[in-house]
Design a protein around this ligand. Structure first.
Ligand SMILES: [Fe+2]
Length: 226
């Protein structure tokens, strides 16, 4: 499984944002960017404003708990108001769409779309904390714990499954390194979508591909789809 490494995701620009000209995903600030008249854009803007209020915490655990509360309250269990094009599944693999990138690099908000049966390989989060919440359908999250390094020279790694969680709309989870190994998949015929808040921007991660009796590490670039 691989991602499109070219960042083409759309980014919501809020009125007070400073645009980074070196960031290809940034749009110019024009009057239409300030017009958050669509319910979808307004929903994202309101979420971002609440997330900004949750960022100043004394440590990552407190911050992630505050973000979890924001996501659960904002997403709730009523119908997701995001535009249908944002919620469209991608044929080849699950989709990642950038909803917001904090100009200071503090956090990003990414929407992930899970078609029927789509999911991730086991992966880490490149050392970034992440809080996610289901906004459509249901997903399964499996967490893994790394095991002591092998001495057989195979270069393979070992993990043990630690926890399996089924999550539905309005249910959130957090991942704080070094506890950062998991898979997410949608085992259902209905689509699912999740909102992920990262403590920065994740541009690549390690994935762990089953091989023989263990796992082989590969680096996977992460991009955004249209
Ligand atoms: Fe993940």
């Amino acid at each position: 499984m691989s991602y499109d490494s070219i960042e083409t995701g759309r980014r919501l620009v809020l009125p007070n944002d400073t645009i980074d000209p070196t960031n290809s995903s940034s749009r110019s600030v024009t009057s239409d960017c300030k017009d958050l008249s669509s319910p979808s854009d307004q929903w994202i803007a309101d979420l971002v404003a609440k997330l900004q209020g949750a960022m100043p915490a004394s440590n990552d655990t407190e911050r992630c708990n505050a973000i979890k509360d924001v996501l659960v309250e904002h997403i709730g269990t009523s119908e997701c108001p995001l535009d249908s094009d944002l919620l469209e599944a991608v044929a080849a693999q699950y989709g990642r769409r950038l909803l917001y990138k904090d100009p200071a690099g503090t956090f990003t908000v990414v929407l992930m779309i899970w078609g029927a049966g789509q999911g991730t390989p086991m992966h880490d989060h490149a050392g970034l904390w992440c809080v996610d919440c289901v906004c459509l359908g249901n997903i399964t999250v499996e967490s893994y714990e790394p095991q002591p390094a092998r001495t057989d020279g195979s270069g393979l790694l070992d993990f043990e499954k630690a926890l399996t969680v089924e999550a539905g709309m309005g249910e959130a989870g957090a991942l704080i390194p070094p506890f950062e190994y998991h898979t997410i998949h949608n085992p259902h015929m209905q689509m699912a979508a999740t909102v992920h808040v990262y403590g920065g921007e994740i541009t690549e991660c390690n994935i762990f591909v089953p091989e023989g009796s263990g796992y082989r590490l590969e680096v996977m670039p992460l991009g955004y789809c249209d």
